[in-house]
Write a protein that binds this ligand. Structure first.
Ligand SMILES: CC(C)(COP(=O)(O)OP(=O)(O)OC[C@H]1O[C@@H](n2cnc3c(N)ncnc32)[C@H](O)[C@@H]1OP(=O)(O)O)[C@@H](O)C(=O)NCCC(=O)NCCS
Length: 145
């Protein structure tokens, strides 16, 4: 597995493999929605987008906003179905933490991916249930602890 930073946000729109995997995270994904995300999140100086490749095949992605130079906020995370439970997400997060030299990672997952954050060692706080967004959690990982 190779992990690399996508430094040009246009690759997120132009590369079909990346756009398709990012689209799996969206309700009714369209080219326009993916373009909006790429521009609104990853074209900014805070945007950080990492991909995992295996034998030239995209197998995972993780996108962040970097805040105050020492914090990453997870914005998008997806692993291709055939590669689940093979530590792809774990490797992406490990790599991002080291290369961004951050001390805190935050995320606001739901029930679909909370297990990953618990397993990684995030401190997890359950939010009150919300009828619109469902069950969400506030997760925080202190790198130095
Ligand atoms: C959530 C997701 C990114 C995890 O990626 P992954 O590469 O499969 O996760 P890893 O292999 O690194 O998992 C590490 C540990 O997290 C936990 N974990 C991960 N996925 C889990 C699952 N579906 N159920 C229970 N525990 C899980 C396990 O403890 C796992 O270790 P183990 O396999 O040795 O038990 C992936 O399942 C995914 O893309 N899901 C669909 C999209 C999604 O929900 N994205 C989040 C929206 S922001």
């Amino acid at each position: 597995m190779i992990i690399k930073l996508i430094s040009n946000y246009e690759d997120i729109i132009d590369r079909k493999d990346i756009a398709d995997l990012l689209g799996t995270l969206l309700f009714n994904p369209t080219y326009g929605k993916i373009q909006n995300i790429a521009q609104a999140v990853y074209a900014k100086t805070q945007g950080r987008f990492y991909i995992a490749m295996d034998s030239n095949l995209l197998i995972g992605l993780m996108g962040f906003s970097k805040i105050d130079n020492d914090k990453l906020v997870v914005r998008h995370m997806a692993v291709t179905p055939g590669h689940n439970r093979q530590k792809v997400a774990q490797a992406l997060l490990d790599y991002a933490i080291v290369s961004e030299k951050v001390s805190i990672v935050k995320s606001e997952p739901d029930d679909s991916n909370i297990s990953f954050y618990k397993s990684y060692g995030f401190d997890v706080k359950k939010r009150p249930y919300d009828d619109i967004v469902g069950q969400k959690y506030d997760c925080s990982f202190n790198v130095k602890e």
